[in-house]
Design a protein around this ligand. Structure first.
Ligand SMILES: *Cc1c(COP(=O)(O)O)cnc(C)c1O
Length: 419
């Protein structure tokens, strides 16, 4: 099969994500998307099980998002946010504040999840400095977690499982311990806090599901425990809802399932329905108020060039319209039931360690995957786009996926894992 000229000409000049470029299989050439389908340049069409790294919750090319993007593109694609505001960003901010629980009401925009987490870390550290509390600059994070790839966020990812252990010693060290989920880890967690809380400003966790760290689930009670512990020790609680936010676990935000309000929350991935790069760090009133001062040094000194990009904010508003106008959370509930029924038959298959489902997340965990790239190639041969990593095969489809398309995905997972 011949490749288009742009592919042959450009491939020698591209550096791919998470890839050993010496051995990485040739990437697929995508031409177009529609709903839950990706069409390739060679004419093949794949059913999409990943939703573009969990972003495309309404499926690809939703006409409402497109219409709003086109209107915004014609009016004002971008303007600097320093000294100016605009309707798309302010509307989005008031809508996010209304959707989020408690007084999470101050929105700071960035363009990627990692940077949203960095801003949350910076807020949490400066919160102490502004209040004259010295020596409380550390973050407490958990094994199995993933919060981004930038230097500061690498230090709060899982140190061993994570993709960043090479950099240990380069980044400012943070505390990463076990999530308190049972008696032993809870005792260890309490002991750790008693010893170290005085040097820590905040706890950061992905609520309910640790995504890129292995799609690990925990109970809502764990989050309530973290909230209580944070309150007892005067710590901030940061919830990284970049993966779980906007319906993925079955509620609009995962923290709502636990009935807790974090002090800071980070959002990205599905924020624009998978169309534009946008992220938000949202702070509660008391966090924000620690930055109000006559001292100029107490201001949050951060401001990405493309902050609150109007086009991206217009897409995010359009995405929120769809959550209001279409039955997204009901669709997630239907997907959850289907995933449970259709993935359960994988449990007795050889090498399968666990099958678990939460919301629109279906996971088949294996003892090990010898060659994830080879497994991906087998999925592509079956005309589905599923991207196994480490020892898991997972499905995170668009909430609008058709039942028969979901069935294709789960059937192929069963078939490929059976052979
Ligand atoms: C994807 C992700 C990030 C990083 O977001 P990027 O946009 O890739 O920088 C951070 N936290 C969580 C929970 C994520 O899933």
């Amino acid at each position: 099969m011949t490749s288009p000229d742009w592919y042959e000409d450009g491939l020698p000049h591209i550096w791919l994500p998470y890839s050993q470029m010496k051995t990485a299989p040739a990437p697929l050439a995508a031409r177009a998307t529609e709903g839950s389908r990706i069409t390739l340049e060679d004419g093949r069409s794949l059913v999409d099980g990943v939703a573009a790294w969990w972003t495309a919750c309404h499926g690809y090319n939703h006409p409402h998002i497109r219409a709003c993007a086109e209107a915004q593109l014609a009016r004002m694609p971008h303007v600097m946010f320093g000294g100016m505001v605009h309707e798309p960003a302010l509307r989005l901010s008031s809508r996010l504040a209304a959707l989020l629980p408690g007084d999470l009401e101050r929105v700071f925009y960035t363009d990627s999840g990692s940077v949203a987490v960095e801003v949350a870390m910076k807020m949490a550290i400066q919160y102490r400095l502004n209040r004259g509390e010295t020596g409380r600059t550390k973050l407490l994070a958990f094994r199995g977690g993933y919060h981004g790839d930038t230097l500061a966020t690498m230090a709060i990812c899982d140190p061993e499982e994570g993709m960043h252990h090479l950099f240990a010693g380069v980044m400012p060290a943070q505390h990463v311990i076990d999530l308190p989920q049972d008696e032993a880890t809870t005792t260890a967690f309490e002991a750790f806090l008693n010893a170290h809380a005085h040097e820590i400003t905040a706890i950061i966790v992905e609520p309910l599901v640790q995504g890129a760290g292995g799609m690990l689930f925990h109970a809502p009670a764990v989050l309530r425990h973290l909230r209580h512990a944070a309150d007892r020790h005067g710590l901030l609680l940061i919830l990284d809802e970049i993966f779980t936010g906007f319906g993925r676990t079955g509620s609009m935000f995962a923290c709502q399932r636990a009935g807790i309000v974090p002090d800071i929350i980070t959002l990205s991935k599905a924020l624009t329905g998978g169309t534009m790069a946008l992220a938000a760090t949202v702070a509660r009133r008391h966090v924000y108020e620690a930055f109000l001062s006559d001292n100029p040094e107490h201001a949050l000194m951060h401001g990405p060039t493309f902050m609150a990009n109007p086009l991206a904010c217009a897409c995010a508003n359009a995405s929120l319209d769809l959550f209001e106008q279409e039955p997204r959370l009901e669709q997630v509930a239907v997907i959850e039931t289907a995933l449970r029924e259709q993935l359960e038959p994988c449990r007795p298959l050889p090498g399968v360690k666990d099958v678990r489902v939460m919301g629109a997340i279906g996971v088949v965990e294996l003892d090990r995957i010898a060659d994830p790239a080879a497994l991906r190639t087998r999925f592509i041969a079956e005309n589905v786009w599923i991207r196994p990593f480490r020892n898991i095969v997972y499905l995170t489809p668009a909430f609008t996926i058709k039942p028969e398309q979901l069935q294709v995905l789960t059937q192929v997972v069963r078939t490929v894992l059976t052979v």
